[in-house]
Design a protein around this ligand. Sequence first.
Ligand code: NAD
Length: 469
Amino acid sequence: MPTLQTKHTIEEAIDTLYADQSFLPELKAERRTQIFESGKEILTTTDKIIKSYIRVSRDNGSVVRIPAYRIQHNNIAGFYKGGIRFSEGVNEEEVENLAILMTLKNALHKLPYGGAKGGVVLDPKTFSDRELYLVSKKYVHRFAPDIGPEHDIPAPDVGTNEKIMDWMVGEYKTIHPGENYLGSFTGKSIENGGACGRREATGKGTFHSYSWLLTQWLRKKVEEGTSFKNPLKQKQFEGLKKLLEKSDQGESITVAVQGFGNVGSVAALEAYHCEELRHKVVAIGDYRVTLYHEEGLNIPRLAEYMKDHGVIPATPEELKLAGIEAELKDRSAILTSDVDVLFLAAIENQITQDNMNEIQAQLIVEGANAPIAQEADRFLHEQGTVIIPDILANAGGVIVSYLEWKQDRVTQLFSEEQVFAEMNNYMVSTFEEVFERYFGRDYETIRKTCYTQAVGRLLSLLYRHGKLY
Ligand code: NAD
């Protein structure tokens, strides 16, 4: 039950803040208890869950009613914000969990947004363009009273893209003639008010969370001769140092990337082209296959193939067509590859109790949301594996969405350079706080550090708005 796990982690973060007398120090004794309990009530419950059915005529003449959701978790930090997913696996529990993660992610990176998520239960690969167009229009029609540029701003997620956002904005404009409509959705095409670099933002940001940790934070700590009293943190520090030394001594850090879509393909390209660290991307995988090559895969060529085919080559014939040399392995092999760094950029719940013992990477970066189940997360952490959690690593997309929403208010486009510079500013200021706090203070895991920081911001806002009593 991922939602229960997320809510439990929020409660733990609130307990940590409760015990920290420097947080909201004016609250004492019974009043402190009451206010923090009230915060728990609010942040572990969801503001609004809307479920509806979208009626669509299929190309074969049949008419289907498809379940669709918009779930708004909390808006204390600003308008609700979060993607819309088109996937067969969509269900209320998953959408709610993703909405909560959005509230936390936005709070962690100090964006002026709350958290929401949407979903439609369909496999977009089995729907024609005409059918997807109808689903998109009807989604907006159904949820129109609950979305808008100053209320709830959706964006693309798994199975949706800029074309779908453009259709959705078109429908929003029709429903609200004469009103501001550009900021009602982000992740649109550039011609339609989208931000330069939005597609690459999450992958670039995910890679940056890892490269910044090694090349900025770690290098500085090594130069300062830092060591940590906590044996686990020292073990993690030593593990990271080995990676940096490997690269500095001319060897390559080996990398595997699960998922080769918007996030994974860009993260893999960033690793391939990175100048500050030497990498070999030895494995990539998608929903069909794992490709492995000990000497490193030709990632630019695979990205080109992906652009044309929507999948990576999965048979000897397809490998030949793509001009790629690789061993073909089954799709789950990617997770247990013998590599230094593993990027998870596919879907939820990939590392679980079933495979956690076989994970070999020293460092795992969560480009996807919630790809590691709770037990596996604890187990890997206790082994000394460093995990850069989703709400820290994959915020590039929502940060650039925020820039898109801002530029749509003044109808003036930021350049790609401005977009990535601003995205990096937001992310680096969060990385600095999180890594410093995790290694330098008593926080148990990097994930808990992130949650505590995010929840601290939300509690403080709730308290100042007079919502806790
Ligand atoms: P995408 O649809 O572009 O790509 C998903 C990739 O995962 C594809 O290569 C697909 O084949 C692969 N995949 C799907 N199921 C798999 C399985 N069972 N095993 C192995 N591979 C599998 O999606 P995306 O936009 O790249 O998003 C990937 C993840 O990142 C999702 O969890 C999403 O919520 C998260 N995320 C995306 C963004 C964004 O801006 N795109 C932002 C934040 C978080």
